[in-house]
Design a protein around this ligand. Structure first.
Ligand SMILES: [Zn+2]
Length: 316
């Protein structure tokens, strides 16, 4: 074989290799497309939408009157649990409770979370005149908004204390239209955890030296939240026929200072992806009208279910 023939042979080999590789790529692509189409047609597992959830906190800076050192430790512990898992949350502030705890609020904002208004004095709309309630919203907003602007937050959010939205259509519409006129977004909730009840137990065992007492509470709390998650997914499926962007309500208390990390890991273990509150609140479910005017402070999903005759009492 002379030099030129060797070159021709090498050239042909290269062309053949390229052709084979091209054909192989084409086959892989075609079979891949066919496979994914089959999966779509058969409802294959790969097309199952990811479950998403945002975690939010009420009663900032800290839920109860703890010593200043404890208030800082509770805040730090909650923020660390979020930071370690790269979770962006939202907190709702009671203006009157800030006192001198501005640095605790700054810590939330420095970690990238957003803050919203939770009234100035945690008034209950079901026992307060609507005009007084509106005044409490405005005072709460004035208390925090220039501070928020200093951190670049311009969006205004409001969460109703006790999740009480008004017991008549007139009252509810009055508050809702005031919020809308002022470009304040209602920070709805799809999962109300009732974590404050577990925090009562935490406060009662806080001086216990027996670690099994804490383990028992942790287990009960986590099991309770897992049940709340499956209930929320059940209602989402019945109402929206899809997994909605869930928004969970927690409080800045000693319970979550101790167990938030375990709780977040257990939620992730259920296949959830954490998203920010600002992303979750864009889900159209939170703009769906509900006609629940009962006395209970309940989630948006439950309000929709309880005001829809197609739901049975066992559903919620
Ligand atoms: Zn509250």
């Amino acid at each position: 074989m002379n030099h030129s023939k060797r070159n021709t042979f090498a050239g042909m080999t290269r062309i053949s290799v390229c052709l084979i590789a091209g054909l192989f790529a084409l086959l892989t692509l075609t079979s891949g497309t066919a496979l994914s189409e089959t999966k779509k047609k058969t409802g294959g597992k790969t097309s199952k939408p990811v479950k998403t959830i945002a975690v939010t906190f009420d009663d900032l800076p800290v839920v109860r009157v703890y010593e200043s050192k404890e208030r800082r430790a509770i805040t730090r512990s909650i923020l660390d649990a979020l930071h370690q898992r790269k979770i962006i949350s939202a907190g709702f502030v009671i203006g009157d409770n800030i006192d001198s705890d501005w640095e605790l609020l700054a810590a939330w904002l420095e970690d990238g979370h957003v803050l919203g208004n939770h009234t100035n004095s945690h008034q209950d709309l079901h026992t307060t005149e609507p005009e007084l309630f509106i005044r409490d919203i405005i005072t709460g907003a004035r208390t925090i908004e220039s501070f928020l602007a200093g951190f670049g937050q311009k969006k205004r959010y409001f969460r109703y204390p006790f999740l009480h939205y008004g017991e008549t259509n007139k009252v509810r519409s009055r508050i809702a239209s005031m919020l809308k006129e002022n470009h304040i977004i209602i920070a709805d909730v799809s999962i109300d955890t009732e974590d404050y009840l577990y925090n009562l137990t935490m406060e009662s065992i806080r001086f216990s030296t027996d670690s099994t007492t804490y383990d028992k509470l942790r287990q009960e709390y986590l099991e309770h939240i897992m049940e709340a998650l499956s209930k929320a997914e059940f209602l989402s499926d019945k109402i929206a026929h899809r997994p909605i962007k869930q928004i969970m309500l927690l409080h800045v208390n000693r319970l979550n200072a101790m167990f938030l990390g375990d709780l977040l890991d257990a939620i992730a273990g259920q296949g959830y992806k954490f998203i920010s509150f600002e992303e979750a609140i864009k889900d159209p479910i939170y703009r769906k009208k509900d006609n629940y005017f009962g006395p209970n402070g309940i989630s948006k999903l439950e309000r929709i279910a309880r005001s829809d005759p197609k739901f049975r009492p066992d559903d919620f």
